[in-house]
Design a protein around this ligand. Structure first.
Ligand code: G6P
Length: 362
């Protein structure tokens, strides 16, 4: 059954492997045979009224929100603000005239988010919860709820919920764009793109031995590590670093590649691991230059590049997809890097110290 470990040593590995299946399940739940996305009409009507979406989330779900924002901006033409739930409720920015709140949350129980939802409701403003647990508090209390269909996620480190969140947001953004008669949405065949991504994810989970070797090479004894990228690759870097730090206890940070030279590069020493993500044609050359810079200062660089941008010597090449969606592909090797770093250090991958799966206190 869904909650059983089977032949897997840890839930995290099982849940990483499940991602292509979850993606296909999402497609069958939210699309027609002809690839058209189906979202509740009342939800689309409410979103149409909004002049800005406020994504409010925590942890991995916050990182998924960062990836989701440009999807809504580009496909539906609606501006998006992304905020930490723990900050937003107590330091609320000036709101737009017609805001709509989106709570991305695996568990649907995070106290930091609940506190925001209570305030939003007191203001009489509309809300949507996108969660893996349709019976959860936040699903019940928001005006609208969408399910992530990822199945129970047991490992504390979130994996399949992250990709399900990004994919669900891509489907919703495209559906909203179509509802708004937006050309960018019409040209974005989201069902086809996600189908191809499921295949790419499958290919990557099938190549996990190769990733294990990189993890051994890069993370065996290091005390710190960096992930760099630009745009969606930067947002992915934040999530990749969180995965590594939460289960391997290596101090890991994600940085906007262009910001390295403005401070962080001072931390680079002989053999400091730097994972550079190169999946966006607009900024690939700049990110590559930043990777070369840290390499010249002794860093052990691993370049993860998409096929069409790959160059000889790149450590890992992953299948191409739309630059807005590449985190759905590049996160898979990063999750595996974290998994093996933790495994090889002998930690309990599924139950990292000091962390809880669902945090119901502020
Ligand atoms: C906890 C978990 C994280 C998760 C965060 C937000 O800190 O350990 O993995 O990302 O809460 O949880 P949510 O259920 O709201 O997505």
């Amino acid at each position: 059954g869904a909650g059983e470990l089977g032949a897997y040593p840890f839930y995290m590995l099982k849940e990483i492997d499940e991602q292509p299946v979850v993606l296909r399940r999402l497609l069958s739940n939210y699309t027609d045979a002809d690839g058209q996305v189906n979202m509740p009409e009342e939800l689309l009507a409410a979103m149409q009224q909004a002049d800005r979406l406020y994504f409010v989330a925590a942890g991995t779900s916050y990182h998924a929100s960062l990836v989701a924002a440009p999807l809504f901006e580009q496909l539906a033409g609606v501006p998006v603000t992304v905020a930490f739930a723990s900050e937003f409720g107590y330091h609320m920015p000036l709101l737009s005239k017609k805001p709509l709140f989106v709570f991305l949350t695996q568990s649907g129980e995070t106290a930091d988010i609940r506190q925001v939802l209570v305030k939003v409701k007191a203001l009489g403003l509309p809300s949507l919860t996108i969660t893996n647990v349709p019976t959860s508090t936040l699903a019940r209390e928001a005006d609208f709820a969408l399910s992530l269909h990822a199945g129970p996620e047991i490992a504390v480190a979130s994996t399949k919920a992250y990709t399900a969140q990004v994919a669900t947001c891509a489907l919703l953004a495209q559906a909203l764009g179509i509802y708004l008669n937006n050309d960018a949405a019409k040209q974005f065949d989201v069902a086809h793109k996600l189908t191809m991504i499921a295949t790419a994810q499958q290919q990557l989970v099938d190549e996990k031995d190769q990733i294990h070797e990189f993890a051994q090479k890069m993370f065996k004894t290091t005390r710190n590590a960096f992930y760099i990228g630009r745009g969606s690759d930067y947002y992915l870097s934040l999530e990749a670093a969180l995965k590594l730090k939460e289960i391997s206890y290596i101090q890991a940070e994600g940085f906007a590649a262009g910001e390295l030279k403005h401070g962080t590069i001072a931390l680079i020493e002989e053999n400091t691991p730097v994972v550079a993500i190169v999946s966006d044609p607009v900024t690939a050359a700049h990110t590559r230059a930043n990777a070369t810079e840290v390499q010249a200062r002794g860093a052990a660089v691993m370049r993860i590049a998409t096929e069409s941008l790959a160059q000889p010597g790149d450590e890992l090449v992953v299948p191409d997809t739309d630059p807005l969606l590449t985190p759905l592909v590049t996160i898979v090797p990063c999750q595996l890097l974290a998994y093996y770093a933790s495994l090889d250090r002998g930690y309990d991958v599924d139950r990292p110290r000091n962390l809880a799966k669902s945090v119901t206190v502020e």
